[in-house]
Design a protein around this ligand. Structure first.
Ligand code: NAD
Length: 431
């Protein structure tokens, strides 16, 4: 990821301008520009050779005005505190855009998970949960997977927390395997939600999904499944990438064979029938839909002018910088912002938590139907505001929707004082 650009400053800049556009008081910005609590912990892990290694890890609890803190845990060698704080702010905004009754949180461990054995990984996961257990709980803070973590990691973490509580607490974490209270449809949910927003956006701008051309940056959980679902909808996937490089086939890539190739070889590299291109070439390809699904700050002032897509759908969190946003908006490229486009994951995490709390489990069709309803409703709320305002792009509109929901909750809870603003001055009612 591009470490020159500070994602926490970016998200706060966007919160600041949205608070001003909504005519909300300074207290709203002050409350949303800092996490409510940040934990930094050191986790000792016994390695397979008998030595002990220390890992630094974080949990940022950004805001819980609308419900328990909610957000994934990232295992990556480049994790830093500002990144974790930014990711937790995005979670608060995302849940508020989707009307999901959660706040925002995020965790991160500075580790390259590919360098750990299975046993070392389990000990690190259990150590992380022991370190942050006092601030976790299904009504307090509910983690989930992110880059470098998966269902197995969630299972170990849920198990460790259940030992700490002396009873099974399935609802403390989401993204679990189905056998341990995971929701059907959760693995595909982020990508499926992203595809629902792409479908709505395509309809809005008059683009037919059948035969539309697609480029995906980051062939991981989100990117690979988005590519597969878009292909199922009739799109042609021209190019994809991962950390090993990018591959291109103008006639379209066969995504299920590519998924098998990646499972066997560990990367998309050398996929038969494709040609190898650079990451910069991938982003500059002519296509209808570009899905950045890797990490932050990939589309910047330096490369935004080369992007030729009609829709950029942010599978990843924070892939587009504000400077790039301005360039894309001036070129009439519609950006579906992360807080909307990749919110399918947290939405089905919410469904998982509801199922855990009620002890009654839904079939996959039910999950997908409810997800579609939530995503379409959120898209329409954001899109209507975007069309109405004229002075914001889709990201600006999404932030305004989210912050209006959050400000209303914080005001009614009494967090903003009594003289911050009057209803006459603010724009809680956006419609
Ligand atoms: P992942 O680790 O499964 O996949 C990330 C992929 O991106 C990998 O294939 C990796 O090789 C590739 N990658 C990394 N850096 C790259 C680069 N510079 N160029 C090209 N490819 C690169 O992670 P994921 O769960 O798919 O998450 C991806 C993004 O989506 C992250 O920003 C994450 O925060 C966001 N997100 C994930 C979820 C979820 O449910 N997994 C939900 C919401 C948002």
């Amino acid at each position: 990821m591009n470490k020159e650009i500070n994602s926490f400053e970016i998200v706060n800049g966007l919160i600041d301008s949205s608070v001003k556009k909504l005519n909300l008081g300074r207290a709203v910005y002050d409350l949303l520009s800092q996490p409510q609590r940040v934990l930094t912990v050191t986790i000792p892990v016994q390695m397979d050779d008998g030595s002990v290694k220390m890992y630094t890890a974080y949990r940022s609890q950004h805001n819980n005005a609308l419900g328990p803190y909610k957000g994934g845990i990232r295992f990556h060698q480049d994790v830093d505190l500002d990144e974790v704080k930014a990711l937790s702010s995005w979670m608060t905004l995302k849940c508020a855009v989707l009307n999901v009754p959660y706040g925002g949180g995020k965790g991160g461990v500075i580790v390259n998970p590919k360098e750990l054995s299975f046993g070392e990984m389990e000990r690190l996961c259990r150590g992380y949960v022991r370190a942050i257990a006092p601030v976790l709980g299904s009504e307090v803070d509910v983690p989930a997977p992110d880059v470098g973590t998966n269902g197995q990691v969630m299972a170990w973490m849920m198990d460790e927390f259940s030992r700490f509580k002396n009873h099974n607490e399935f609802g403390v974490i989401t993204g679990k395997p189905v056998i341990l209270g995971g929701s059907r449809g959760r693995i595909e949910a982020t990508s499926r939600g992203c595809v629902f927003t792409i479908r709505e956006a395509a309809r809005a701008i008059g683009l037919k999904l059948k035969d539309a051309t697609v480029v995906v940056q980051g062939f991981g959980n989100v990117g690979a499944i988005a590519a597969r679902l878009l292909k199922d909808d009739g799109c042609r996937i021209l190019a994809v990438s991962d950390t090993s490089g990018a591959i291109y086939n103008p006639r379209g890539l066969d995504i299920s064979t590519l998924e098998e190739h990646k499972a066997c070889t560990g990367s998309v590299k050398d996929f038969p029938g494709s040609q190898s291109i650079t990451n910069e070439e991938l982003l500059a390809l002519s296509c209808d839909i570009l899905v950045p699904a890797a990490l932050e700050n990939q589309i910047t002032g330096a490369n935004a002018a080369q992007i030729k897509a009609k829709i950029v759908a942010e599978g990843a969190n924070g892939p587009t910088t504000p400077e790039a946003d301005r360039i894309l908006a001036a070129r009439n490229i519609m950006v579906l912002p992360d807080v909307l486009a990749n919110a399918g994951g947290v939405t089905v995490s919410y469904f998982e938590w509801v199922q855990n709390n009620s002890g009654y489990y839904w079939c996959e069709d039910e999950v997908n139907e409810r997800l579609e309803r939530k995503m379409v409703e959120a898209f329409n709320e954001v899109y209507c505001l975007y069309k109405k305002r004229k002075d914001v792009d889709m990201r600006g509109a999404a932030y305004m929707v989210a912050i209006s929901h959050l400000a209303e909750a914080m005001r009614i809870r009494g967090w903003l004082g009594t003289q911050m603003y009057s209803d006459a001055k603010c724009e809680f009612k956006l419609a």
